[in-house]
Design a protein around this ligand. Structure first.
Ligand code: BES
Ligand code: MN
Ligand code: MN
Length: 456
């Protein structure tokens, strides 16, 4: 066996033990109560990169959570790969639905159960261990820079500024990211597109105070009802979004491109069974692969108002709220869609209420090239470790920083992720296969090797 692969195989147990220590740190970026733990996770990443053999590693403070930057320069004439990932995680709620505590990692059925195991600590740690394995076996073929942030799950709002301020040290040739999924463990794939995101919170206010629902009900507009009506009106019977101009900038795929996209293995029966639903719902005229890959959407992420506690309380609430996300596809712009939504929401509000729209974070969509040396190197590396050529896919999720890397640094990314859509990221019982973790560590050094060889 090749020395790097041998090193990886013989260190599996230690790699997992170390990953478990990282997973035990509840680095929830959204909740200020965990600020200290987010900082601890950054220190952990820094220390593991130092131990793995980088020249220098640094914790870079931002207005929010810190960015860990590290580099190993072997020769400025060689290529430089920039690794991006995030060590922050989503909140673990609802905690009571976890079979084992979210920050006490355990392995069951070959899967590591813990918040962040797949998204993205497990995948970031693959890069740390792959780098260590190349260093220990003297096989690192080019320069590496690491940029591991702590605010991805809350919109990477300080990373853009940091990139602009650190342009000089961020010179490189390609960005490599493992924060996406493959189709199945026996069907490797590489995501070549990510959707953009426009996220807003809306508030609908009716009467100036909560009212008795018997004394006033029937005569006064109910903000929850109004909000529901407004939301309902934003999609027609074909599940087409009715906000004027919403689709104006959408690039339609050619017939050939659609045929190609729909060749992606997808079993609708299995998909429904896995989710426990009898019927799928989406925009008429498009397949599920298209609905999640190349079409924009509008989804409710949360809705609240009135009394939701135990028992019943007869109340006509003064206000109602919702959090709404819109996923965007190439050529749509987050700022423009947010404005179209805001204008429309204000316009359709009946006189019985006042409305307020507050934009949250957002991001632009991206498509990544399939004809670049880096993509070809990733495909060759995956083909070698999985024994099958990876299929290019269009992902439904968002990693807003990918478009920013292109804009600010002029660098393209390769999305070589190893998760599965069924890993329950953001949900209770998130997990990551030991198979996937190890496969990642084995594939990354091959990417480095092929990328260096093929760029000569
Ligand atoms: N890693 C995910 C994005 C992802 C998951 C892409 C699976 C492709 C496949 C990332 O951490 C994430 O959750 N992004 C957020 C956006 C962010 C601004 C909160 C998302 O997609 O909702
Ligand atoms: Mn992620
Ligand atoms: Mn995430």
């Amino acid at each position: 066996m090749e020395p790097t692969l041998e090193f990886i195989k013989s260190n599996e147990k230690r790699f997992l033990d170390e990953l478990f220590n990282l997973l035990r740190i509840p680095s929830v970026s959204a909740d200020s109560k965990y600020k200290g733990d987010v900082a601890k996770a950054a220190e952990f990443i820094k220390a593991s990169l130092e131990q793995a053999g980088v020249d220098k590693a640094e914790i870079c403070e931002t207005k929010g959570h810190p960015i860990v930057y590290a580099e190993k320069m072997i020769d400025p004439k060689l290529k430089t790969v920039i690794i991006y990932g995030h060590y922050d995680v989503q909140p673990a709620d609802p905690i009571n639905l976890w079979n084992t505590p979210p920050f006490e990692p355990t392995i069951r059925d070959g899967k590591i159960f813990a918040r962040g195991s797949c998204d993205d600590k497990g995948q970031v740690f693959m890069h740390v261990k792959a780098f260590e394995s190349m260093m220990k076996t003297n096989s690192l073929p080019c320069n590496v820079k690491f940029m591991i942030e702590g605010e991805e799950e809350v919109g990477s709002s300080n990373l853009g500024e940091w990139i602009r301020e650190n342009k000089k040290r961020l010179t490189g040739d390609v960005i490599l990211i493992s924060d996406t999924s493959i189709l199945a463990n026996d069907t490797p794939s590489i995501e070549v597109g990510l959707r953009g995101l426009s996220y807003v919170e809306v508030e609908v206010t009716g009467p100036n105070r909560d009212l008795h629902s018997g004394v006033y009900g029937g005569a006064v507009g109910n903000p929850i009802q109004v909000l529901c009506d407004m939301i309902t009106s934003m999609k027609d019977k074909n599940n087409h979004i009715t906000i004027p101009g919403f689709y104006d900038d959408v690039v339609e795929l050619t017939k050939e491109e659609r045929i190609e996209l729909n060749k992606t293995p997808f079993d609708e029966t299995d998909y429904k069974k896995d989710l426990g639903v009898d019927e799928l719902v989406g925009e008429t005229g498009f397949t599920s692969l298209e609905r999640t890959g190349i079409r924009p959407t509008l989804e409710l992420n949360g809705i609240w108002g009135g009394y939701t506690g135990e028992g019943s309380k007869t109340v006509l609430p003064s206000s109602a709220f919702a959090k709404i996300s819109m996923r965007l596809v190439p050529n749509q712009s987050n700022a423009k869609i947010t404005k179209l939504f805001t204008d429309h929401f204000n316009k359709i509000a009946p006189k019985s209420v006042k409305v307020k729209v507050t934009p949250h974070h957002g991001g632009e969509p991206v498509v990544t090239p399939t004809d670049s040396v880096a993509f070809k190197a990733a495909a060759k590396a995956m083909e070698k470790t999985f024994g099958k050529k990876p299929i290019p896919t269009r992902g439904g999720g968002s990693i807003p920083i990918v478009a920013l890397f292109e804009k600010e640094l002029g660098l393209k990314s390769v999305l070589m992720g190893f998760g599965l859509d069924s890993d329950l990221i953001h949900s209770p019982n998130e997990h990551y296969g030991v198979f996937n973790f190890m496969k990642g560590i084995e594939t990354i050094p091959l990417f480095f090797r092929y990328y260096s060889e093929m760029s000569k």
